[in-house]
Write a new protein. Structure first.
Length: 326
C-alpha cells in the first residue's frame, strides 16, 4: 500500500490550480450539486470537486433550473465547472459566464454517453467529429483565462478508438489536463474499464491524464495507479459512498448511523434550497443510491416509487430507522 501513501501525498498542478491529493469528484448529472459536494469535501480525501454537467445552450439562454447549478460555497474550492454542447460560440459564451461567477477551472464534456446528450451532438458524439471538437476547445480556450480541461471516452465504439487523437487535439488547443473514462460510448457503463487505453494515452501526452472508471476500493485504485495516470476521478462510487475518497486513502469506512445522519441533514438542505418537485426528485435519487450502502437497503428502494412528496420520501427513512436501528 506504499503506492497509495505516496499518491496521497502528491500534488497535481492544472494551470494555476494545485490539487492535493490528486483526487477528483466527477461531474454527475442530478447528483453533484453544491449540497452533495460539501458532504464529500467534509469527509476529506478529495482534492477537487466538479459541478454537475451544465448545458451551454440552457445556461446561455437563461434557464432557471440551470442557474441553480451555478451555486457553490467557498468551502468547496477548488471547484471546476463542466459544460456540454456542440456550438463553439455558445460554448465560449457559457465558459465566460462560468469564469465570471468565480469558478477555479472549466471542463468540456466530450465523454457523456447519454442519448439525450449525444443526439444533440454533444458529449461523446464529438468523438465522431474531431475537427469540431478541436474548434470548440480552441474557441473556449480563447474566451477564458482559468484552467481548461477536457473529459473524454475512448471513442464511439471499439472500431473507432480516437482517444489518442482527441487527447493530442486537446493538448495542442490549450487544454491543461484530460480526464479519461476508459470505456467507449457504446459500452456506456457495462463491462470493465480498459486500463491499457489509459496507460497508452498517459504515455503520449505531456499534460496530466486523470483516470476514471470502476474505482470502488483500494484494489481498483491500485489498478488505476498502475497506468501511471496523474490522478483519479470517481463518479458512481462516490454516489453510494460520499466518503469514498477518505476510505481509499485512509482505509477506513463510515458507520451506518453516520450515513443516516448525513442523509437526514442532506434532505433538510434539499427541501430548503429546491422547489418541491425538484427536491423530491433529488431525495429519491440520493436515497436510492445511498441505500446500496445500507443493510436491508432494498426495503428502501421498494418503497421509493410510491413516494409522492418530500415528506413521504423522508418518512421512508424514518421507517427504516425504526425498523432496524431504534
Amino acid at each position: 500500500m506504499d503506492k497509495i501513501r505516496e499518491f496521497k501525498e502528491k500534488t497535481l498542478s492544472i494551470g494555476n490550480v494545485n490539487v492535493s491529493p490528486p483526487t477528483f469528484l466527477a461531474p454527475i448529472a442530478d447528483i453533484s450539486d453544491s449540497i452533495f459536494r460539501q458532504i464529500v469535501k467534509r469527509f476529506g480525501g478529495v482534492g477537487l470537486v466538479f459541478s454537475e454537467m451544465i448545458s451551454s445552450d440552457a445556461l446561455t439562454r437563461g434557464c432557471e433550473k440551470t442557474k441553480l447549478m451555478l451555486r457553490f460555497e467557498e468551502e468547496e474550492r477548488p471547484i471546476f465547472f463542466q459544460i456540454v454542447g456542440k456550438d463553439p460560440e455558445r460554448m465560449a459564451m457559457a465558459a465566460k459566464m462560468i469564469e465570471d461567477i468565480g469558478a477555479d477551472g472549466l471542463d468540456i464534456n466530450m465523454g457523456c454517453p447519454s442519448k439525450n446528450v449525444t443526439k444533440t451532438g454533444g458529449g461523446s458524439a464529438l468523438l465522431n467529429d474531431l475537427p469540431l471538437a478541436g474548434r470548440i476547445i480552441k474557441r473556449v480556450r480563447k474566451s477564458i483565462s482559468i484552467p481548461l480541461t477536457v473529459k473524454i471516452r475512448a471513442g464511439w465504439n471499439e472500431n473507432s478508438l480516437v482517444y489518442n487523437e482527441i487527447g493530442k487535439i486537446a493538448q495542442e488547443e490549450g487544454a491543461q489536463a484530460v480526464f479519461f473514462h476508459g470505456r467507449t460510448r457504446k459500452q456506456m457503463y457495462s463491462g470493465t474499464v480498459n486500463y491499457n487505453w489509459i496507460a497508452d494515452l498517459k504515455s503520449r501526452l505531456n499534460i496530466p491524464v486523470i483516470g476514471n472508471g470502476d474505482i470502488v476500493d483500494r484494489e481498483t485504485l491500485l489498478k488505476m495507479l498502475e497506468t501511471k495516470c496523474d490522478g483519479i476521478m470517481i463518479a458512481r462510487g462516490a454516489i453510494k459512498k460520499p466518503w469514498i475518497f477518505h476510505s481509499l486513502l485512509e482505509d477506513r469506512d463510515v458507520e451506518v448511523e453516520k450515513l443516516i445522519e448525513i442523509i437526514e441533514a442532506q434532505f433538510k438542505k434539499l427541501v430548503e434550497f429546491y422547489p418541491e418537485n425538484l427536491a423530491k426528485h433529488k431525495m429519491k435519487l440520493f436515497l436510492s443510491w445511498y441505500s446500496r450502502s445500507l443493510p436491508h437497503g432494498k426495503s428502501i428502494r421498494l418503497k421509493l416509487n410510491d413516494a409522492k412528496t418530500t415528506e413521504e420520501v423522508a418518512e421512508i427513512l424514518v421507517k427504516y430507522k425504526s425498523d432496524y436501528y431504534d
